[in-house]
Design a protein around this ligand. Structure first.
Ligand code: FAD
Length: 352
C-alpha cells in the first residue's frame, strides 16, 4: 500500500486548487482525473471580475477571494514557468440609465472604488455602442484556464502524483472514520472535485447540485485592436493567442455539452448591441458549470463517512473561488477550523 495524505478526484479548477494547496504544505497526494475535454475548466474563458454587473454590487466575498487568487496563480505561474493570469480590465457598457446612475454613485465609494481606480484605455478608434454610458474596471481580466490546467497536469505527472483514469467508485473502501483505501493507495481523506460529474458519486450525488450549460465562441480576429474586455449581456475578450472570445450563454434546461446554433445566434445578437462585428467562428465549445441551489459552493465531510470530503459547486466563478476555498478546506482538515457556514456541507444535512 502507498500511503498519501489525500486522494483527490478531478483536476479541474477545483481539484487543481486543492492539489496545489496540499503540495504547498508538503503533503503527499495522488490525483485521479479522466481529463474530459468538455469539462467546465477546459471550456471556461476564465474571466475574473470582482463586480456582479447585474446588481452593480461586489461579487460574493470578492475582497477576500480576488487578492488571494491573484497571488495564488502568480506564484503558480513562476513554479510552472507559464503565463496564464492576465489583467486586461473590463469596459462595462451600461444596460440602462439606472445602472449608469448606480455605477456612478458606487464607484466613488469603497469597496467599489478600489477596483476601478485605473486609467481607462483609449477606445475612440473603435465603434463601441454605449448609449447609456460605460464604466471601466481596471482590476479585472481573465485566466487562460486550459493552459493553467495543462501546465499543472504536466507538473503532477512529472512528480508522479497523477493517475489518468476514470475513478472506480466501487473500489473506494472506508476503513473506520479515518482511513480510505483505493486500489494500492491509502489515505486519511478522499477529496471529491468532480464538477458536474458529481452526479455519479454514490456519497454526494443527492446534494442539490445543478448543471448550468454554457457556450463560448472563438472568433478569428479581423484586425480589431481591443485594449480590454467589453461587456454588455455578453463579453468580447481579446485573447493572448490573438483570437477573440465571445461568450457566454447560460442555459438551465440542457445537461449535455453539445454546441448549439441557438448559442451562436444569441451571442452574435448580443454582440451587435455593443460592438457590431463580422468574424469567422473558428471554435465553438460548450460545458456545464457546477452550480448549486443556493449558488454557493458545497464543501466538507460526509456525515457518516468523515474521510470522504466534497469540494464542488464553484458555479460561474471557479477561477477566483477555488484558491481561497482550497486553503479554507486545508485549515478545516489540518487545523480543525470550522467551515464558513455559507459553504459548509452541513447546511444540506437533510440531503444525505
Ligand atoms: C462556458 C463556460 C464559461 C465559463 N466562464 C467562466 C469564467 O469566465 N470565469 C470563471 O471563474 N468561471 C467560468 N466558468 C465556470 C468554471 O469553468 C467552473 O466554475 C469550474 O471550471 C469548475 O471547476 P471544477 O473543477 O469544479 O469542475 P470541472 O471543470 O468539471 O472539473 C472536474 C474534473 O474532474 C474530472 N472528473 C470528474 N469525474 C471524474 C471521475 N469519476 N473520474 C476521474 N475524473 C473525473 C473531469 O474530467 C474534470 O477534469 C465557465 C464555465 C463554462 C461552462
Amino acid at each position: 500500500m502507498i500511503e498519501v495524505d489525500a486522494i483527490i478526484i478531478g483536476q479541474g479548477l477545483a481539484g487543481s486548487a486543492v492539489a496545489a494547496t496540499w503540495l504547498r504544505y508538503h503533503k503527499k497526494i495522488i490525483v485521479i482525473d479522466n481529463h474530459r475535454p468538455d469539462s467546465a475548466s477546459g471550456v471556461a474563458t476564465g474571466l475574473w471580475n470582482p463586480v456582479a454587473f447585474r446588481s452593480t454590487g461586489m461579487a460574493w466575498k470578492a475582497p477576500v477571494f480576488f487578492p488571494f487568487a491573484q497571488t495564488f496563480y502568480q506564484k503558480l505561474e513562476i513554479e510552472l514557468g507559464e503565463t496564464f493570469w492576465h489583467k486586461t480590465g473590463i469596459l462595462r457598457m451600461f444596460m440602462s440609465e439606472k445602472e449608469a446612475r448606480k455605477w456612478e454613485k458606487r464607484s466613488t465609494k469603497e469597496p467599489f472604488r478600489k477596483w476601478m481606480s485605473e486609467m481607462r484605455p483609449d477606445m475612440t478608434h473603435l465603434s463601441v455602442k454605449a448609449p447609456n454610458g460605460s464604466g471601466f474596471l481596471g482590476h479585472a481580466g481573465y485566466m487562460e484556464t486550459s493552459k493553467y490546467i495543462d501546465a499543472f497536469r504536466k507538473k503532477l505527472h512529472e512528480i508522479g502524483c497523477l493517475i489518468h483514469a476514470d475513478l472506480d467508485y466501487e473500489a473506494i473502501k472506508t476503513v473506520g472514520d479515518q482511513q480510505v483505501q483505493y486500489q494500492n493507495y491509502t489515505a486519511p481523506h478522499v477529496i471529491f472535485c468532480e464538477g458536474p460529474q458529481v452526479k455519479h458519486n454514490p456519497w454526494f450525488k443527492n446534494l442539490p447540485f445543478r448543471a448550468k450549460k454554457g457556450e463560448i465562441l472563438t472568433l478569428e480576429n479581423p484586425g480589431v485592436e481591443l485594449p480590454c474586455i467589453l461587456s454588455k449581456g455578453a463579453f468580447l475578450l481579446p485573447h493572448a493567442d490573438g483570437t477573440l472570445r465571445l461568450g457566454a450563454t447560460y442555459n438551465w434546461n440542457e445537461e449535455d455539452t453539445q454546441p448549439t446554433q441557438w448559442a451562436v445566434e444569441q451571442l452574435f445578437e448580443k454582440l451587435a448591441q455593443f460592438f457590431p462585428l463580422e468574424a469567422k467562428v473558428v471554435r465553438h465549445q460548450a460545458g456545464l458549470r457546477p452550480t448549486t441551489m443556493d449558488k454557493k459552493p458545497i464543501i466538507g465531510a460526509h456525515p457518516d463517512h468523515p474521510a470522504l470530503i466534497v469540494f464542488n459547486g464553484m458555479g460561474s466563478r471557479g477561477v477566483t473561488q477555488s484558491p481561497w476555498l482550497a486553503q479554507h478546506l486545508f485549515e478545516y482538515v489540518y487545523k480543525h477550523r470550522d467551515l464558513d457556514t455559507e459553504v459548509a456541507v452541513d447546511r444540506y444535512a437533510d440531503h444525505f
